[in-house]
Design a protein around this ligand. Sequence first.
Ligand SMILES: C[S@@+](CC[C@H](N)C(=O)[O-])C[C@H]1O[C@@H](n2cnc3c(N)ncnc32)[C@H](O)[C@@H]1O
Length: 276
Amino acid sequence: MDFPILYTHEFDFTEDDFRMIQKLIYDYAGISLSDAKQNLVYSRLSRRLRENNITKFSSYIQLLAKNKKEWQLFINALTTNLTSFFREPHHFPVLAEHIKNFDTKETIALWSCASSTGEEPYSMAMTMVELFGSYTPPVRIIATDIDTQALEKAKAGIYSMDKVDMLTPDQLRPFFLKGKCENEGLVKIREELQEIVTFRQVNLLSDYWPVRGPFAAIFCRNVMIYLDKKTQANLLQRFAPLLAPHGLLFVGHSENIVLISNLFKLHSRTVYELQK
Ligand SMILES: C[S@@+](CC[C@H](N)C(=O)[O-])C[C@H]1O[C@@H](n2cnc3c(N)ncnc32)[C@H](O)[C@@H]1O
Protein backbone atom coordinates (compact mmCIF):
# COMPACT_ATOMS: atom_id res chain seq x y z
CA MET A 1 0.00 0.00 0.00
CA ASP A 2 1.28 3.46 -0.90
CA PHE A 3 1.28 6.16 1.71
CA PRO A 4 1.00 9.82 0.86
CA ILE A 5 4.19 11.82 0.95
CA LEU A 6 4.00 14.10 3.97
CA TYR A 7 6.76 16.41 2.86
CA THR A 8 8.26 16.90 -0.53
CA HIS A 9 10.79 19.58 0.23
CA GLU A 10 14.32 18.38 0.82
CA PHE A 11 13.55 14.72 1.72
CA ASP A 12 10.71 12.31 0.95
CA PHE A 13 8.88 11.50 4.17
CA THR A 14 5.78 9.32 4.06
CA GLU A 15 3.19 8.35 6.62
CA ASP A 16 4.66 4.86 6.48
CA ASP A 17 8.15 6.23 7.30
CA PHE A 18 6.73 8.12 10.25
CA ARG A 19 4.94 5.01 11.59
CA MET A 20 8.13 3.00 11.27
CA ILE A 21 10.17 5.63 13.14
CA GLN A 22 7.48 5.80 15.83
CA LYS A 23 7.79 2.04 16.28
CA LEU A 24 11.60 1.94 16.24
CA ILE A 25 12.04 4.59 18.93
CA TYR A 26 9.20 3.21 21.04
CA ASP A 27 10.50 -0.37 20.96
CA TYR A 28 14.05 0.65 21.77
CA ALA A 29 13.78 3.64 24.13
CA GLY A 30 10.14 3.59 25.19
CA ILE A 31 9.73 7.08 23.74
CA SER A 32 6.15 7.50 22.66
CA LEU A 33 5.89 9.96 19.75
CA SER A 34 2.34 11.13 19.16
CA ASP A 35 1.01 11.59 15.62
CA ALA A 36 1.47 15.33 16.11
CA LYS A 37 5.25 14.85 16.11
CA GLN A 38 5.71 14.44 12.36
CA ASN A 39 7.29 17.87 11.91
CA LEU A 40 9.59 17.25 14.83
CA VAL A 41 10.75 13.91 13.43
CA TYR A 42 11.32 15.43 9.99
CA SER A 43 13.37 18.32 11.31
CA ARG A 44 15.35 16.30 13.89
CA LEU A 45 16.33 13.64 11.35
CA SER A 46 16.92 15.86 8.31
CA ARG A 47 20.52 16.45 9.35
CA ARG A 48 21.12 12.71 9.62
CA LEU A 49 19.84 12.17 6.05
CA ARG A 50 21.90 15.09 4.79
CA GLU A 51 25.06 13.79 6.42
CA ASN A 52 24.47 10.38 4.87
CA ASN A 53 23.65 11.85 1.44
CA ILE A 54 20.23 10.21 1.55
CA THR A 55 17.13 11.82 0.06
CA LYS A 56 14.40 9.45 1.29
CA PHE A 57 13.43 8.57 4.84
CA SER A 58 12.71 5.02 3.68
CA SER A 59 16.37 4.63 2.65
CA TYR A 60 17.49 6.09 5.96
CA ILE A 61 15.35 3.53 7.82
CA GLN A 62 17.04 0.76 5.83
CA LEU A 63 20.45 2.17 6.74
CA LEU A 64 19.55 2.09 10.45
CA ALA A 65 19.10 -1.67 10.31
CA LYS A 66 22.70 -2.21 9.26
CA ASN A 67 24.66 0.65 10.78
CA LYS A 68 25.06 0.61 14.57
CA LYS A 69 26.73 4.02 14.73
CA GLU A 70 23.91 5.59 12.74
CA TRP A 71 21.39 3.84 14.97
CA GLN A 72 22.83 5.60 18.02
CA LEU A 73 22.82 8.95 16.19
CA PHE A 74 19.17 8.30 15.30
CA ILE A 75 18.37 7.73 18.99
CA ASN A 76 20.33 10.82 19.99
CA ALA A 77 18.47 12.91 17.42
CA LEU A 78 15.07 11.89 18.75
CA THR A 79 15.73 12.47 22.45
CA THR A 80 14.91 15.83 23.98
CA ASN A 81 17.73 17.00 26.21
CA LEU A 82 16.29 20.18 27.67
CA THR A 83 17.73 20.70 31.15
CA SER A 84 19.38 23.34 33.32
CA PHE A 85 21.38 23.76 36.49
CA PHE A 86 19.15 23.58 39.57
CA ARG A 87 16.07 22.97 37.42
CA GLU A 88 13.06 22.66 39.71
CA PRO A 89 15.13 24.26 42.45
CA HIS A 90 12.87 23.17 45.34
CA HIS A 91 14.33 19.64 44.99
CA PHE A 92 17.85 20.53 46.08
CA PRO A 93 17.15 21.70 49.67
CA VAL A 94 14.96 18.58 50.05
CA LEU A 95 17.88 16.44 48.87
CA ALA A 96 20.29 18.15 51.29
CA GLU A 97 17.94 17.72 54.27
CA HIS A 98 17.33 14.11 53.33
CA ILE A 99 21.01 13.22 53.08
CA LYS A 100 21.60 14.56 56.60
CA ASN A 101 19.76 11.45 57.84
CA PHE A 102 22.30 9.04 56.34
CA ASP A 103 25.24 7.45 58.06
CA THR A 104 28.32 9.01 56.50
CA LYS A 105 30.58 6.10 57.47
CA GLU A 106 29.46 4.53 54.22
CA THR A 107 29.44 6.18 50.82
CA ILE A 108 26.00 7.54 49.98
CA ALA A 109 24.87 6.68 46.47
CA LEU A 110 22.68 8.90 44.28
CA TRP A 111 21.41 8.21 40.77
CA SER A 112 20.44 10.70 38.09
CA CYS A 113 18.87 8.33 35.58
CA ALA A 114 18.21 10.75 32.69
CA SER A 115 21.11 13.09 33.23
CA SER A 116 21.14 14.63 29.76
CA THR A 117 24.08 17.07 29.38
CA GLY A 118 25.02 16.89 33.07
CA GLU A 119 23.43 19.97 34.64
CA GLU A 120 21.24 17.82 36.93
CA PRO A 121 23.92 15.53 38.44
CA TYR A 122 26.36 18.45 38.78
CA SER A 123 23.67 20.40 40.66
CA MET A 124 23.28 17.35 42.94
CA ALA A 125 27.07 17.27 43.41
CA MET A 126 27.18 21.00 44.23
CA THR A 127 24.44 20.46 46.80
CA MET A 128 26.47 17.68 48.41
CA VAL A 129 29.69 19.73 48.47
CA GLU A 130 27.82 22.57 50.15
CA LEU A 131 26.15 20.21 52.62
CA PHE A 132 29.39 18.53 53.71
CA GLY A 133 31.53 21.66 53.34
CA SER A 134 34.01 19.57 51.37
CA TYR A 135 34.94 18.83 47.78
CA THR A 136 35.14 15.18 48.78
CA PRO A 137 31.74 14.49 50.32
CA PRO A 138 30.97 10.85 51.24
CA VAL A 139 28.78 10.65 48.17
CA ARG A 140 29.00 9.10 44.72
CA ILE A 141 26.64 10.08 41.95
CA ILE A 142 25.96 7.83 39.00
CA ALA A 143 24.56 9.78 36.07
CA THR A 144 23.11 7.90 33.12
CA ASP A 145 21.34 8.63 29.88
CA ILE A 146 20.58 6.89 26.60
CA ASP A 147 22.02 9.73 24.51
CA THR A 148 25.76 9.34 23.88
CA GLN A 149 26.26 12.92 22.64
CA ALA A 150 24.56 14.35 25.72
CA LEU A 151 26.81 12.13 27.87
CA GLU A 152 29.94 13.33 26.07
CA LYS A 153 28.96 16.92 26.74
CA ALA A 154 28.21 16.07 30.35
CA LYS A 155 31.59 14.39 30.85
CA ALA A 156 33.40 17.38 29.33
CA GLY A 157 31.53 19.66 31.75
CA ILE A 158 31.94 22.71 29.50
CA TYR A 159 28.99 25.06 29.16
CA SER A 160 28.33 28.43 27.61
CA MET A 161 27.97 31.33 30.05
CA ASP A 162 24.23 31.66 29.36
CA LYS A 163 23.69 28.20 30.92
CA VAL A 164 24.91 29.50 34.26
CA ASP A 165 23.12 32.85 34.13
CA MET A 166 20.75 31.86 36.89
CA LEU A 167 23.49 30.90 39.34
CA THR A 168 24.61 33.30 42.04
CA PRO A 169 28.29 34.33 42.24
CA ASP A 170 28.50 32.11 45.35
CA GLN A 171 27.44 29.11 43.29
CA LEU A 172 29.63 30.02 40.33
CA ARG A 173 32.93 30.74 42.03
CA PRO A 174 33.47 27.46 43.88
CA PHE A 175 32.18 25.17 41.14
CA PHE A 176 33.21 26.60 37.76
CA LEU A 177 36.34 27.83 36.02
CA LYS A 178 35.88 30.75 33.67
CA GLY A 179 37.29 30.35 30.15
CA LYS A 180 39.86 32.81 28.88
CA CYS A 181 41.15 33.71 25.39
CA GLU A 182 39.76 31.14 22.94
CA ASN A 183 37.49 29.80 25.73
CA GLU A 184 35.99 33.20 26.44
CA GLY A 185 32.25 32.87 27.03
CA LEU A 186 32.58 29.31 28.38
CA VAL A 187 32.73 27.87 31.87
CA LYS A 188 34.06 24.48 32.96
CA ILE A 189 32.94 22.44 35.93
CA ARG A 190 35.77 22.11 38.47
CA GLU A 191 37.51 18.77 38.46
CA GLU A 192 36.73 18.14 42.15
CA LEU A 193 33.04 18.21 41.27
CA GLN A 194 33.52 16.01 38.21
CA GLU A 195 35.17 13.41 40.39
CA ILE A 196 31.97 12.94 42.37
CA VAL A 197 29.95 12.09 39.26
CA THR A 198 30.36 9.05 36.99
CA PHE A 199 28.60 9.16 33.63
CA ARG A 200 27.51 6.01 31.84
CA GLN A 201 25.12 5.09 29.04
CA VAL A 202 22.03 3.30 30.30
CA ASN A 203 18.83 2.75 28.37
CA LEU A 204 16.08 2.70 30.99
CA LEU A 205 14.22 0.26 28.80
CA SER A 206 16.95 -2.35 28.77
CA ASP A 207 16.57 -5.44 30.95
CA TYR A 208 19.84 -4.86 32.75
CA TRP A 209 20.86 -1.61 34.45
CA PRO A 210 24.58 -1.50 35.25
CA VAL A 211 24.06 0.54 38.41
CA ARG A 212 24.51 -0.50 42.01
CA GLY A 213 22.19 0.66 44.75
CA PRO A 214 20.92 1.06 47.32
CA PHE A 215 20.42 4.69 46.39
CA ALA A 216 19.62 7.34 48.98
CA ALA A 217 17.90 9.17 46.13
CA ILE A 218 17.01 8.59 42.51
CA PHE A 219 16.40 11.59 40.27
CA CYS A 220 14.14 10.51 37.41
CA ARG A 221 13.02 13.90 36.22
CA ASN A 222 11.38 14.89 32.95
CA VAL A 223 11.91 11.59 31.20
CA MET A 224 8.72 9.71 32.15
CA ILE A 225 6.74 12.35 30.25
CA TYR A 226 8.10 10.83 27.04
CA LEU A 227 7.07 7.29 28.01
CA ASP A 228 3.64 5.70 28.07
CA LYS A 229 1.89 4.66 31.31
CA LYS A 230 2.87 1.00 30.99
CA THR A 231 6.56 1.85 30.61
CA GLN A 232 6.39 4.36 33.45
CA ALA A 233 4.81 1.77 35.76
CA ASN A 234 7.49 -0.73 34.83
CA LEU A 235 10.28 1.75 35.62
CA LEU A 236 8.77 2.58 39.00
CA GLN A 237 8.56 -1.12 39.82
CA ARG A 238 12.28 -1.47 39.04
CA PHE A 239 13.31 1.66 40.99
CA ALA A 240 11.63 0.50 44.21
CA PRO A 241 14.15 -2.25 45.17
CA LEU A 242 17.08 0.01 44.26
CA LEU A 243 16.14 2.62 46.84
CA ALA A 244 17.70 2.55 50.31
CA PRO A 245 15.27 2.36 53.23
CA HIS A 246 13.74 5.85 53.37
CA GLY A 247 15.23 6.60 49.95
CA LEU A 248 13.55 9.27 47.85
CA LEU A 249 12.48 9.39 44.23
CA PHE A 250 12.51 12.85 42.63
CA VAL A 251 10.38 13.32 39.51
CA GLY A 252 9.59 16.20 37.16
CA HIS A 253 6.89 18.79 37.84
CA SER A 254 4.30 17.16 35.56
CA GLU A 255 4.96 13.55 36.56
CA ASN A 256 2.40 12.44 39.13
CA ILE A 257 3.38 8.90 39.92
CA VAL A 258 0.73 7.94 42.48
CA LEU A 259 -1.67 7.61 39.58
CA ILE A 260 0.60 5.02 38.00
CA SER A 261 2.07 3.04 40.88
CA ASN A 262 0.88 2.09 44.34
CA LEU A 263 4.46 1.45 45.49
CA PHE A 264 5.14 5.12 46.26
CA LYS A 265 3.56 7.83 48.32
CA LEU A 266 4.11 11.57 48.24
CA HIS A 267 6.89 12.85 50.51
CA SER A 268 6.88 16.50 49.43
CA ARG A 269 6.26 18.40 46.19
CA THR A 270 7.13 15.95 43.34
CA VAL A 271 9.27 13.85 45.70
CA TYR A 272 8.16 10.33 46.58
CA GLU A 273 9.04 7.63 49.11
CA LEU A 274 8.17 3.96 49.25
CA GLN A 275 4.92 2.92 50.88
CA LYS A 276 5.65 1.03 54.09
C1 LIG B 1 14.29 16.47 29.09
S1 LIG B 1 15.75 15.58 29.51
C2 LIG B 1 15.67 15.66 31.28
C3 LIG B 1 17.01 15.99 31.89
C4 LIG B 1 17.02 16.15 33.39
N1 LIG B 1 16.60 14.94 34.05
C5 LIG B 1 16.14 17.30 33.80
O1 LIG B 1 15.06 17.08 34.36
O2 LIG B 1 16.53 18.46 33.56
C6 LIG B 1 15.25 13.89 29.15
C7 LIG B 1 16.44 12.96 29.03
O3 LIG B 1 15.95 11.62 29.05
C8 LIG B 1 16.78 10.85 28.21
N2 LIG B 1 16.09 9.60 27.83
C9 LIG B 1 15.02 9.44 27.02
N3 LIG B 1 14.70 8.14 26.91
C10 LIG B 1 15.57 7.46 27.68
C11 LIG B 1 15.76 6.08 27.98
N4 LIG B 1 14.98 5.13 27.45
N5 LIG B 1 16.77 5.74 28.80
C12 LIG B 1 17.57 6.68 29.33
N6 LIG B 1 17.46 7.99 29.09
C13 LIG B 1 16.46 8.38 28.27
C14 LIG B 1 17.06 11.78 27.04
O4 LIG B 1 18.19 11.39 26.31
C15 LIG B 1 17.20 13.13 27.73
O5 LIG B 1 18.55 13.44 27.96
